[in-house]
Write a protein that binds this ligand. Sequence first.
Ligand SMILES: Cc1cc2nc3c(=O)[nH]c(=O)nc-3n(C[C@H](O)[C@H](O)[C@H](O)COP(=O)(O)OP(=O)(O)OC[C@H]3O[C@@H](n4cnc5c(N)ncnc54)[C@H](O)[C@@H]3O)c2cc1C
Length: 285
Amino acid sequence: MAARVHIRHEMAIRRLTVSHIEQLTPSMVRVTLIGDALNDFASSGPTDHVKVFFPDPVTGVLTVPELRGDGIHRPTSGVIISRDYTPQQFRPAPFGAAELDLDFVLHSPTAAHGNPKDPAGGGPASAWAAAAQPGDEIAVAGPRGSREAPQDVAEAVLIADETALPSFTRWLDLLPETTRITALLDVADEEVEPYLSAEQLARASVEWLYREDGPGQLEEAVRSLELGPDVYVWAAGEASALIPVRRYLKHEAELRPDQLDVQGYWKRGVVNRDHHEPIDPSDPD
Ligand SMILES: Cc1cc2nc3c(=O)[nH]c(=O)nc-3n(C[C@H](O)[C@H](O)[C@H](O)COP(=O)(O)OP(=O)(O)OC[C@H]3O[C@@H](n4cnc5c(N)ncnc54)[C@H](O)[C@@H]3O)c2cc1C
């Protein structure tokens, strides 16, 4: 049984300031946030997420819900724009400014450093990250809870596209050293590879799959894995691409529910997809 302990965190909505921007690859940027509100930030699960609130691209005004004793309240005016992101690294600083890193995939072709290789993309979060400057303000809600990495599995398979690479790096940090990790990383092309350090690459047996080489590679790679009876599999990325992967793992490989976690982090053509929706409506969890 691959048990993942669940911890709840007190809800907080934090207004934060951009302190640093780092272009990690041509299509990924790391935004470092600071602010006193981070002092009690906590995130201990590899798949934790925060809700990030962005300024209205038309007016530049940042509208954020208010947290009061009786719950979360929407302001009476302003446009709320929010998307889900992974707290990739949090550096508490007892005597200085705590820092939170969020890694953004740039998929907006119209953004300053947008990815021209994905002309179908575009969205306020990606556009904001591509143009972000030190001093810019955003707000971050959560995480509401953390589902910790299982500490009792001998073998884990991690499947991720670019949006799930921040979670993937957290898995590498949070799985016990005794867990053998196989990773299938489904990315646009080889330009994404520098996202991972040599140390991170050494922690897992990594196979890179380039979408520019054609469709169907991910399913084929998953089908060719030799899965042990108690393997734990986590997969996250574009929801439609994960449907055949999930079908195979659930129905043909017959993994138990506690061995399998498949999450649609976004869906082609869908704005701000709710990740609580089943990735395969014909076969929900
Ligand atoms: C739990 C969780 C954690 C996540 N963590 C991260 C993270 O750490 N880093 C990260 O970059 N993303 C992450 N995502 C995904 C991110 O929330 C979505 O990609 C989001 O839709 C981006 O918002 P947007 O405003 O840029 O685009 P939207 O306004 O939501 O969408 C506009 C258009 O862009 C398309 N689109 C959205 N995302 C992409 C993409 N990546 N590539 C190509 N087209 C896209 C949509 O299909 C739509 O057609 C996470 C999602 C979840 C559920």
